[in-house]
Design a protein around this ligand. Structure first.
Ligand SMILES: NC(=O)c1ccc[n+]([C@@H]2O[C@H](COP(=O)([O-])OP(=O)(O)OC[C@H]3O[C@@H](n4cnc5c(N)ncnc54)[C@H](O)[C@@H]3O)[C@@H](O)[C@H]2O)c1
Length: 328
């Protein structure tokens, strides 16, 4: 039997943000209904290299799909001309355990991370939210922008990155594509957040950089950067007054935006409003008031990768993309 191999370029050609948003929403809905199996990510740390790898298996019985992603995070990689986050996905047929496909999941990781924030924004941001602030304009920022542009009518995009050149390159990439929106590089983080309706934070910082006094009522925040123990981007005072929606309790409490404030006792489990799957499945409320500050704590679920990788596999077969190789 043969396994389908797909390169990063091939995956990139097959996957659109619109389709990824649907795939991730499906993953969240199944998680909310409890029709999934997904153990916590397993981490292996390389402290002397300032990096780690994570192994993420998952299974959705009603869809008959399963698989595992292996992904790294090495924040110093851009200095070496490499991506901070790189990944491989193995799609496994649950009926036999056979490896149906082995594909690059670097692009899938970026797309499903953007789509997770997109789905959260669709359910949690105010309907008329139109000012987007991007904090950190590295690799993840690209797909955050793509997703936000689909789920809300964004008129203004404000950006801030510790390395201004990265923000300039980002604007260069997107200003033409999204002509209707006005792009502005902020001189400070405070300026970037000043009138934001939606904020996406995507930095690897370990000390909060977003201050509570800069966040206006009604704002929705996608906290993306904190995805390992000890990482946090938001001042805990934001979480104390916000309606917090997480992607998964086990993961978020261990390694999401809430992990540090929880471990210090600043917030408690009862302060978490819901897991996003429960909101998507209509089992718990999200935003209930235009003045609510909502925070989506994203750690990234194996299920998001699974539904997205399965979609890629189906598209690749339909469009005859990739190489079939016998590895077993
Ligand atoms: N939640 C998820 O599902 C998920 C998925 C992938 C990556 N991540 C995390 O998201 C973060 C970003 O990942 P990436 O791949 O975009 O990394 P990246 O290295 O490509 O980009 C990070 C950007 O943040 C900027 N930055 C760093 N410190 C800053 C500060 N104090 N203020 C403003 N900007 C600052 C850097 O200059 C860089 O441009 C990482 O922490 C990564 O682990 C989360």
């Amino acid at each position: 039997m043969k396994t389908l191999f797909l390169s990063s370029k091939q995956v990139k050609r097959l996957l659109t943000m619109k389709d990824t948003l649907k795939a991730v929403e499906t993953a969240f809905r199944h998680a909310g209904m409890g029709t999934v199996e997904m153990p916590c990510k397993v981490y292996l740390f390389f402290p002397k290299h300032n990096g780690d790898i994570r192994v993420m298996p998952s299974y959705i019985p009603p869809l008959n799909i399963s698989g595992v992603k292996v992904v790294n995070v090495h924040p110093d990689n851009p200095k070496k001309g490499m991506l901070s986050v790189m990944a491989t996905f193995i799609l496994i047929d649950p009926r036999t355990g056979f490896q149906q496909a082995i594909m690059d999941a670097t692009w899938i990781t970026m797309m499903r991370t953007g789509a997770a924030a997109g789905v959260a924004t669709k359910y949690l941001a105010r309907k008329n939210a139109n000012v987007l602030s991007l904090v950190g304009t590295g690799a993840q920022a690209n797909t955050q922008l793509e997703a936000m542009m689909i789920v809300r009518k964004i008129k203004k995009v404000k950006l801030f990155d510790a390395r201004k050149k990265r923000a300039e390159e980002f604007v260069g990439r997107y200003q033409k594509k999204y002509r209707a929106a006005q792009f502005r590089i902020a001189r400070s983080l405070e300026e970037c957040l000043a009138d934001a309706d939606i904020v996406c934070t995507m930095t690897p910082v370990r000390k909060p950089i977003v201050k509570a006094k800069w966040i206006k009522p009604g704002c929705h925040i996608n906290a993306i950067g904190a995805d390992a123990p000890g990482k946090e981007e938001l001042e805990p005072a934001i979480l104390k007054k916000a309606k917090i929606v997480i992607d998964d309790w086990a993961q978020a409490s261990h390694s999401g935006e809430i992990n540090v404030p929880l471990s210090k006792g600043i917030i408690k489990r009862r302060n978490i409003r819901a897991e996003i799957g429960k909101v998507v499945a209509g089992l718990k409320p999200g935003r209930t008031n235009d003045a609510d500050i909502t925070v989506f704590d994203s750690t990234g679920l194996g299920l998001q990768d699974l539904t997205t990788a399965h979609l890629v596999y189906k598209l690749a077969r339909k469009k005859k993309v990739g190489r079939w190789l016998e590895i077993i």
